[in-house]
Write a protein that binds this ligand. Structure first.
Ligand code: SF4
Length: 76
């Protein structure tokens, strides 16, 4: 039996599984130009570098800067 690869588009992931976490991830992806049929190049980094500290989702956004930094370090 083969496993389905994980859904890469956060908006589609939310449509398939509308959890609170998936809703936040989908909204941030949408904010950076993603749609259900389009993933904006570099959207994860854009979310990581989001500077809208007044946005209510800011503390909950995926890919916060520290996590991205650690992911980059582990690539070496
Ligand atoms: S936290 Fe940043 S990326 Fe997420 S919705 Fe708010 S402004 Fe957009």
């Amino acid at each position: 039996m083969t496993r389905k690869p994980p859904e890469l588009n956060p908006i589609v992931r939310f449509i398939k599984n509308p959890s609170r976490k998936n809703a936040i991830n989908a909204k941030c992806a949408e904010c950076m130009g993603c749609t259900p049929t389009h993933l904006e190049v570099g959207f994860r980094v854009s979310i990581s570098h989001c500077s809208s500290k007044d946005c209510s989702l800011y503390p909950f956004r995926p890919y916060p800067a520290q996590k991205m930094l650690e992911a980059t370090k582990s690539d070496f």
